[in-house]
Write a protein that binds this ligand. Structure first.
Ligand code: FAD
Length: 257
């Protein structure tokens, strides 16, 4: 995505048409190629996103302006900061720029865009099928529901990663899975056995790839009729959509980010 330069906004409010500067307050490496970046917001302000919305980053790479979308993982009501989870690809243009970031750097974002329209108790259960950084839009939704005592939506989060080490934000996911209405499970494509995993993960983890059969099992074990959320690579999204259609789900029963 390479576009002509856009004007920079001088205020600190996020805007879809102009870029706003945000300062990086911390950088944390989560896996060999994925980093969590925290950005400062003035005072106790929040970014003002609604659920599932993403923002667009501007980078200059080899003299070219590059723009890419990223979905904050912090709760939508987080005050004074927001966080993004970014996987850096060796051959990726924006990835090269992002890898150079250090605490204190200023980078430019615009937005918000997209989103998943949601109101509390709208669905009996949400079945989240997420692969890698596709967990990003799921996390604010998960926290929005668990923070609201009046929202009794059940949630099943299925996180697909290569290995146990590649599961992002384990402490947050473990905390969330302690809520009465949340269950998490993992599908690890490059683990051959569950034996070396911590005991607490063995029961809810599968090895290999997520299959139509596994999705069917997940749907059948949902406590209420699920609405399915899908987020991952284009190939993952297509594969999950194909599986859901084969199982007999109608298009109004799922949402692809
Ligand atoms: C709405 C939306 C939200 C997004 N949110 C996030 C997010 O929260 N976190 C995040 O990390 N990314 C997210 N992405 C992906 C992100 O926008 C970029 O596509 C990604 O960072 C790669 O950009 P790049 O310029 O580094 O790579 P590019 O220069 O675009 O790609 C170069 C090469 O990198 C590799 N590559 C790039 N993307 C992929 C991929 N998905 N799978 C496998 N190989 C790939 C390939 O080898 C490719 O040929 C989101 C995308 C969209 C559309």
């Amino acid at each position: 995505m390479v576009r002509a330069s856009r004007p920079l906004s001088s205020n600190s409010e996020l805007n879809p048409d102009t870029f706003t500067a945000f300062k990086i307050s911390s950088v944390e490496q989560l896996t060999e190629d994925t980093y969590q970046y925290k950005f400062e917001l003035p005072g106790n302000s929040s970014l003002g996103l609604s659920l599932g919305q993403h923002i667009v980053l501007r980078g200059m790479v080899n003299g070219l302006e590059v723009q890419r979308a990223y979905t904050p993982v912090s709760p939508v009501n987080a005050e004074g900061y927001f966080e993004v989870l970014i996987k850096c690809y060796k051959a990726g243009l924006m990835s090269q720029y992002i890898k150079s970031w250090i605490e204190g750097d200023t980078v430019f974002w615009r937005g918000p865009f997209g989103g998943f329209p949601y109101s509390p108790n709208q669905y009996g259960e949400l079945l989240m099928l997420a692969s890698g950084t596709g967990t990003a839009p799921m996390l604010p939704i998960l926290q929005y529901i668990t923070e609201n005592e009046d929202d009794e939506t059940f949630i099943t989060l299925v996180g697909c990663f290569r290995t146990f080490e590649n599961i992002y934000l384990k402490p947050l996911l473990q905390d969330q899975s302690r809520y009465w209405n949340v269950r998490t499970c993992y599908v690890l494509s490059q683990e051959s056995s569950l034996e070396k995993l911590p005991w607490s993960y063995q029961e809810n983890t599968h090895t290999g790839h997520i299959t139509e059969n596994l999705i069917k099992k997940m749907i059948n074990s949902c406590r209420r009729k699920p609405f399915v959320l899908i987020c991952g690579s284009v190939a993952f999204n297509e594969d999950m959509t194909r599986c859901l259609k084969a199982i007999g789900l109608k298009e109004d029963s799922y949402f692809v980010f």
